[in-house]
Ligand binder design. Structure first.
Ligand code: G6P
Length: 611
């Protein structure tokens, strides 16, 4: 979490950094700060969002052509002005912005305190700044030497940008576990947590690797490792357009991203599905396809919404490949000494490609001999670099903290993988394979149709905006969708919501049902349709308020439920892709009506790069 932007060149740095920070606010938004160099170095910081920082900075006309900024998601120390970044070392020679956690900070702090160094914040970042300063002064070192030495002493994760006031013609940057990308310009360079602050200035980027240190001047760039080895940087062309990171007329990124799903899914299968729908080619699996097809077991690891996509993936994989699948929360998997055998295939799913628990789980699985595949959205992020193969989702940047288009594109990738493997194993005949792929081709159009419930979802939101609890039920492919619907509601509207397998309701949640309890039943037509009708009757018998998500033209449930939202008919494997749409819209409208900050819900961050 936390977003970092740095600039060095001839332009005024202030606006570049503030605008960049706004694009990175999805990474954290509880306090923000900026440092600008112009003869002297000035720091502005405050609790609150980047717009609060902007208001603060606008009271001054100080600007510079070098600077760096930070938007924070607090780990150590409450989000106030003192704990906001940049953090300054005790003699003022080093100014640091940091994303990550210095795990051995308390030991280092104790040592520095015993040398008489006084701390003003509760942050682990100030400990690092002071360690660098201490080594710099004691050892009479250059800034580069002091930073390198300090980074050899800290444990944990960091993406860092550092200014040394004694060497004000450069920025230092370093990465271990937290992403940083350098934008290479003409007579100017940029550094940021992801490419979104950079894309309007240059398309040429260098992704820093773990243990890299960069010394960035306006017309020179040196990269080495913390072991002092020279690194030959690889300059890549960005595949990102500035338009992709605008709201494009939508009130919120989340709404824009919900409406982008037809395109996101189309982009995810475009170029992979053969023109005559007879097959799917997944280039990123080319080298591992045989091992996946022969796998005795697949373990899917993920967090949050990606975990829900994984659960839906389990159902699809088992149906079409007959390979046993387990779905694990990455955070549980990594700490419970899981049984992993050599022939196991692990699939890690992550929108950001940076989630710390998922990354750690991948490393554990690989150390035990498993092959790991990734399903990620952010190109060049950490997870694809740690995996043996994988498939990008191509959903485009997802900025809203609550994930929407990432979920549907992850499910799309999982379905394509399952079909390819099922066909290769002979479980899916040519005809069945083609039928599935042809239907996949029609999903973007069907999502367009599903989005037509938007107005109805708003009307329902008006009715249920003040509810305190909600229950979401589904069976089979629709159970993960129920979980995802409940998560969307609680994340952005702060209403308590639980997702449950519909048949399990009678083992507990049924006790909660009364006339005040909205029960969202995901009941589109699939193999469990008849069963879910009985569940709806059980709810109605207890006076529950049923909002049913149904297949177009379903007259049976329409008569039983209090409210219905329709989605087009499709094959069972894809029903989740359609049924989730009304749930996303319902949560969105409820959150807006309750006055919640939809794109930046309290306490959450989009990219969770801490444990
Ligand atoms: C955070 C986000 C969620 C996301 C989860 C996993 O909690 O707020 O929207 O699903 O992280 O993120 P990943 O990038 O690994 O999919």
């Amino acid at each position: 979490m936390c977003g970092i932007v740095g600039y060095i060149g001839s332009k005024e740095a202030r606006e570049i950094i503030l605008n960049g920070l706004k694009r990175l606010e999805y990474r954290g938004y509880d306090s923000a700060g900026i440092a600008l160099v112009n003869g002297e170095t000035r720091i502005f910081k405050c609790a609150g969002r980047v717009m609060d920082l902007e208001a603060l900075v606008s009271k001054s006309d100080f600007n510079g052509t070098i600077g760096m900024g930070h938007t924070r998601w607090a780990t150590h120390g409450e989000p106030n002005e003192v704990n906001a970044h940049p953090q300054v070392s005790y003699k003022g020679n080093f100014i640091v912005v940091h994303n990550g956690i210095i795990e051995n900070y308390s030991r280092i702090k104790k040592h520095l305190e015993s040398r008489g160094i006084i701390f003003s914040s509760q942050t682990d970042t100030e400990v690092l700044a002071n360690l660098i300063e201490h080594l710099y002064l004691e050892g009479d070192l250059t800034a580069e030497q002091a930073i390198t030495l300090a980074l050899n002493r800290v444990e944990g994760a960091y993406g860092l940008v550092i200014i040394c006031t004694q060497e004000p013609d450069k920025l230092f940057a370093a990465r271990k576990g937290s992403p940083l990308v350098i934008g290479v310009g003409e007579g100017e360079n940029f550094i940021a947590s992801d490419a979104t602050p950079i894309v309007e200035f240059t398309q040429r980027v260098i992704y820093l690797n773990d243990d890299d240190i960069a010394i960035i001047k306006k017309d020179e760039l040196i990269i080495k490792t913390i072991r002092n080895e020279k690194v030959q940087p690889e300059v890549k062309e960005l595949d990102l357009k500035i338009g992709e990171i605008d709201k494009e007329g939508f009130a919120h990124f989340m709404l824009k991203e919900i409406f982008e799903q037809p395109r996101a899914i189309h982009d995810t299968f475009r170029g992979r599905v053969l023109p005559d729908f007879s097959g799917v080619r997944l280039g990123g699996l080319h080298n591992v396809l045989d091992s996946v097809s022969e796998a005795e077991r697949i373990i899917i690891i993920a967090c949050g919404t990606s975990w829900h996509a994984g659960l839906l993936g389990e159902y699809i994989f088992e149906e079409y490949t007959r390979i046993p699948v387990e779905v694990e929360y990455a955070s549980e998997f990594r700490y419970r000494n899981p049984v992993i055998r050599k022939g196991d295939i692990v699939i890690a799913i992550s929108q950001s490609g940076e989630t710390a628990d998922t990354l750690a789980a991948i490393k554990l699985a690989r150390s035990k001999g498993a092959k790991v595949l990734g399903i990620c959205n952010v190109v060049g992020s950490s997870i694809p670099r740690e995996t043996d193969g994988g498939v990008y989702t191509h959903a485009g940047p997802e900025i809203g903290v609550a994930s929407t288009k990432a979920f549907t594109s992850q499910v799309t990738v999982l379905a394509m993988m399952a079909f390819v493997i099922g066909h290769k194993k002979g479980i899916l005949s040519d005809a069945a394979y083609k039928e599935l792929i042809t239907e996949l081709g029609s999903i973007p159009g069907k999502i367009e149709k599903a989005l037509e419930v938007n107005e109805q979802a708003l009307e329902l939101a008006k009715i249920f905006q003040n509810t305190r609890n909600a229950l979401y039920l589904g069976r089979g492919y629709l159970f993960p969708v129920a979980l995802e619907g409940a998560l969307k509601l609680k994340e952005i509207s702060y209403i308590h919501a639980e997702g449950y397998p519909a048949a399990e309701m009678k083992h507990g949640p049924i006790a909660l049902i009364d006339e005040d309890m909205p029960v969202v039943v995901v009941a589109t037509k699939d193999d469990t349709y008849e069963k879910i009708i009985s569940n709806i009757q059980e709810i109605k018998a207890r006076k529950g308020n049923v909002i049913a998500i149904v297949t177009e033209g379903d007259e049976i449930i329409r008569k039983m439920a209090d409210y219905v939202l329709e989605v087009p008919e499709t094959l069972p494997a894809f029903t989740g892709l359609l049924a989730v749409i009304p749930l996303q819209l319902l949560s969105y409208h409820i959150a807006v009506l309750r006055g919640c900050n939809v794109d930046m819900p309290r306490n959450l961050a989009k990219s969770v790069t801490v444990e």
